[in-house]
Ligand binder design. Sequence first.
Ligand code: ZN
Ligand code: ZN
Length: 474
Amino acid sequence: MSGKNDAAKTGKIAVWWDMKDCPVPEGIDDHRVRPSIEGAFKEQGYSGPVSITAYGDQKQTPEHVLRALSSTGVAVVHIGSESTCAVMYLDMVKWREDNPPPATMMIITNQMLDVFNWDLARLQQRTSYNIFLAYSIRPVAALFVYTRKEWLWEKLLHRTTSTSVDTAGELSTVFHCEFCSLDCQSVKSFKKHLSTKKHAIEEVLNPQPTQLVSVTKRWGKNYAATPEYATAKIHVSWDMSECPIPDGYDARRVRPSLEGAFKELGYSGPVSITAFGDHKQTPERHLHALSSTGIDVAHALPEFIYGRMFDDLKQWRDNNPTPTTMMIISDGAEILLGGCLARLKQLKKYNLFWAYSFRPWKMSVMLTSAEWLWDSLLAVSETKRHVLRKCSGSSESVVESTGMFYCKMCFSKRKRLDKFMKHLSSKKHISEEEGITEHVEASEKRRLYCLKAKRMFSREQAVEESCLVEVEKL
Ligand SMILES: [Zn+2]
Ligand SMILES: [Zn+2]
C-alpha cells in the first residue's frame, strides 16, 4: 500500500476546477492559482506534474483573467454553468480511462455532496485514485467519497505558493469550446470565437448534458471471481434478526448454502461466518446447529447489532490483508453501514458480497461483486449438494472446528452452548446490558437536549438580529 502511495506521490495530478462555484476571490492575483495548488500538493508530499482545467461560462470571464490563467498553464473550457458538473465528470471519467492509477485527482467544486458523491464513490471502490477536494462552501454532510485532504478554496489560494512557477511553457495550454468542440490557442481568438454567430447557434443547437451521467448504475450484480479473489478468504457478518433462519429450515444447511453460492461464482476460499442476533430469543437447536457447522454465534441487543457487525468486519479486515472478500447479510445495515463500508473499500481494497431479505428499492453506494436474496441463497444447497470440506467418513458440510459463542455486550466468549446460555441469563450479563442501554439512552437524551438548546439559541439569536434590524430602521 505504501509503495503504491509512494508511486502516487510522483504520479500525475489532474485538477478539475468549477470557476463559478470557486472563483478567484477579489484581491487575489489570478496568476496564483497554479502555484497555490502546486504548493498545497508539495506540502502533502506530492510532486507529480499538475494539469489544471478551469470550467465556466467564459463569455463572462474578463480577458485579463483568461490571460493570467493561460500564461500559468491552466487550460480553460467554455461551458454553460448548468452543464459544468456533467461535463467535468465526463472529462474525469475519460481521464481515468486513459490514466490508470497510481495517480491523483483534485476537484474544486461545491457540488461534491449533491452531484458527484454517489457515482464517484462507486467508481473509486473499483479503481482507486487519490482524491483531493477544495470548496468555497464546506459540504453539510459526510461524503461517501474518501478524500485524502480537503481545502477551503480561499485559504488554499492564500497559502505559500510553489517556487517552480515556470511550468507554463511545458504545457500545451488550450482554450476549448465544449459546444463547438473547438480549440483556440490564444485569448484573442477564443474571445473572438465566443462572440461569433456560429458559436451562438451551436450553443442553441448543441446543448450539453445538465445531469450527471452515472457510469456505475448499469454495472452488473454478480461477477465471476477474478483469479485474485478465487481462493481468498471470505468473512460473513450475518444479522439474524433481519435475515432469520426460515421455519422448518435446518440451520446446519446455512454454511453449505453460502459456500455453494460462492462456488457457483468461482469463490472457493475458506469461509468464516458470524451470526449476530439477540440470542436469548434464538432457539437453542439453531445455535447448536450453527456452531456445529463452524459458525460463530454473537449475541447483541437489536439496537447494537449494526455497530457490532461493523466492528467485526473492520477488525477482520485489519487482520486479513487484501485480497479478501467480506459479506453482509442484512437489510437495514446498508443504510447505516453502507457509507462506512464504501469508504473503507476506497481506502483498503476488498471484495464485497451482500444478501438481503428483500430487494432494496435504491442502488446502494456500496459496490458489491455479488448480491443475493436471502431465501434464494438458502435454497442453493437444496438443489446442489455441495461437499465442502472432505473429512473422512463424512458426507456433507463438515468443518474441522465448532463455532465460538460471543457476547458482544460484555465482550466475553464461551466455547460451549450451555455455558453461553448460562451467561446470557446471569446477573452479571443482565446488569451489563442494562448499564449499556441506560448509558445509550442517557447520551441520546443529552444529544437531543443539545440539539434543542442549539435550536433555541439560534431562534433567540434570530429574534435578537431581527430586533437589531428594527432598531436600525428607526
Ligand atoms: Zn463555440
Ligand atoms: Zn454478556
